[in-house]
Design a protein around this ligand. Structure first.
Ligand code: PLP
Length: 415
């Protein structure tokens, strides 16, 4: 069991969250190794009938300790920058198990990927192909390339995390991909043998993915294609009332479309593996009344978790300990906005939440923060980024120390 409410308090595996907050301070990211592993197995098992290679999407959580746990389970990695590639390699990933996507890879990043022997480079424009051809020619090598195709399929998700629509910046459109494949001999140093799609994140149904696969399959008739990379996007239940299809339901719809085809299949799940394996813990600083509600100011903010400010994303929030309530309050009087200390009106972690009475020093837990939480954290307002701990049963391991004020100026020229 990962995060659970037992004896009136929240726990991560066998560690009480309040003890972790006392020991490591807040704001604090807490991850459950058991949940991370269970999530990996759930996605891998769902796609086992397709013998799919799983590449964990490092952008969702880039902490090396988590990457190592996943590597040990057999995961490869999907990276979108030279920095993520570096992190995956440092975590001990075999270069051949890394796929490198990204709409604006620099020449230096592409050279780094080729020199390190990254398994696949997912190319997002014809010009990027030209740059790669030059780099590979200069090294007299032949690199494995997948074309990231923009299938012109609108995903059923928030517009900021949809990536497959015809106006999106991602990928190469189908007509151009067709022309590249028909003229693949223009690139003697590139083995253009893969097609890649990723139509968006937090997909509400498998329908868009299936439509995208059907749209790109005709391309495989034009040139020998060994691998289809279907991207990520499997959804996570952020609200207790959310019911989304499981990865198995995606696989069930995808398998018939690909059966009788001999491609290797790759997938790039991120949040479906890391989101509910992590939570953000914060301490209540101040409470003030506002229009019949309470504003609860905590010590975590949009700098630790930007998703609510960026996408109006919902993260479920609970009090870490539920003490004896001394006052009977109607739900309307319990409504709280949980906000951070950053000087931005958008710095709100949750609005209109029904919570027990909170006092200064109480802790709250923000769930499903393991994906796009710490990996999107910033130093805005010169806030040192938080610590991260990985829980394994009753053991809590600090996997990234809290930044200090000195860290904030470390890279500046003090003169
Ligand atoms: C190319 C690519 N692959 C995989 C992912 C992972 O998506 P998710 O975290 O929704 O599984 C993303 C995220 O946006 C992406 O851009």
């Amino acid at each position: 069991m990962s995060f659970h409410f037992t004896d009136q308090a929240w726990w991560c595996e066998d560690c009480a969250i309040s003890d972790l907050a006392d020991q490591f301070g807040t704001p604090l990211y807490v991850y459950s190794r058991a949940q991370l592993e269970a999530n990996y197995r759930r996605v891998a098992d769902a796609f086992a009938p397709l013998n799919a290679h799983l590449h964990f999407s490092v952008k969702s959580n880039a902490n090396g300790a988590l990457l190592r746990v996943l590597r040990d389970l057999g995961s490869g990695f999907d990276v979108v920058s030279g920095g993520e590639l570096f992190r995956a390699l440092k975590a001990g990933a075999a270069p051949a198990t890394i796929v490198f996507a990204g709409v604006g890879k620099t020449r230096a990043e592409l050279e780094y990927a080729i020199d390190q022997g990254a398994g696949w480079i997912n190319v997002e424009s014809a010009q990027e192909l030209d740059v790669l051809e030059e780099i590979a020619a200069a090294r007299s090598c032949r690199s494995s390339i997948a074309l990231r195709v923009n299938p012109s399929v609108e995903a059923d998700t928030h517009h900021h995390i949809a990536t497959g629509g015809h106006r999106s910046k991602f990928g190469i459109d189908v007509a151009e991909a067709r022309s590249i494949l028909q003229n693949a001999n223009r690139y003697p140093h590139l083995d253009i043998a893969g097609l890649h799609i990723h139509i968006g994140s937090q997909l509400a149904t498998p329908d868009g993915t299936v439509a995208a696969i059907e749209r790109i399959l005709p391309l495989t008739e034009l040139h020998p294609i060994r691998c289809l990379d279907l991207g990520g996007g499997f959804p996570v239940a952020y609200r207790p009332t959310d019911h989304f299809p499981e990865p198995a339901a995606f696989a069930e719809k995808i398998i018939p479309v690909l059966k009788d085809r001999s491609f290797e299949i790759a997938i790039e799940p991120g949040r479906s593996i890391s989101a509910d394996a992590g939570a953000l813990i914060a301490t209540v600083q101040y409470i003030k009344p506002r229009d019949g509600r309470r504003i609860v100011v905590v010590d975590a903010s949009m700098t630790e978790l930007i998703r609510p400010a960026l996408y109006e994303a919902y993260h479920h929030i609970e009090a870490v300990n539920r003490g004896e309530e001394t006052t009977e309050l109607a739900d309307t009087d319990r409504r709280s906005d949980i906000v951070g200390p950053v000087c931005e009106s958008a710095d709100v972690l949750g609005t209109d939440r029904v919570l027990p009475i909170l006092r200064r020093g109480d802790r709250v837990i923000v769930f499903n923060a393991g994906a796009y939480g710490m990996s999107m954290a910033s130093n805005y307002n010169s806030r040192p980024r938080p610590a991260e701990v990985l829980i394994d049963g009753a053991t809590a391991r600090l996997i990234r120390r809290r930044e200090t004020r000195e860290d904030l100026i470390e890279l500046e020229n003090a003169g």
